[in-house]
Design a protein around this ligand. Structure first.
Ligand SMILES: [Zn+2]
Length: 86
């Protein structure tokens, strides 16, 4: 019986150390990710072209800033249509 308790205690200690280690690994991975993301920028949020509804990347899209908000367009044609219908 005593041996069982000792084994259980040992198991608990090992499990706790293991989870602390895993927490450290996850924390490091989480901490490293934003910097990595900024460096490569693979996850770009897409924006919707308000004229034709196409999803475009703000980096590649044509933009038009009016009244404090920026709209993004897939082409010059859409941008012209958008500014023309105002
Ligand atoms: Zn468009």
């Amino acid at each position: 019986m005593l041996r069982f308790i000792l084994l259980a205690l040992l198991f608990l200690l090992v499990a706790r150390a293991f989870w602390r280690l895993m927490d450290g690994v996850f924390e490091a991975a989480r901490g490293a990710q934003p910097g990595h993301r900024n460096g490569n920028a693979p996850a770009v949020k897409l924006v919707r072209d308000p004229v034709c509804g196409t999803h475009v990347s703000p980096r590649a899209a044509l933009s038009l800033t009016s009244a404090g908000s920026t709209q993004y367009f897939c082409s010059e044609e859409c941008r012209a249509k958008f500014s023309g219908r105002k």
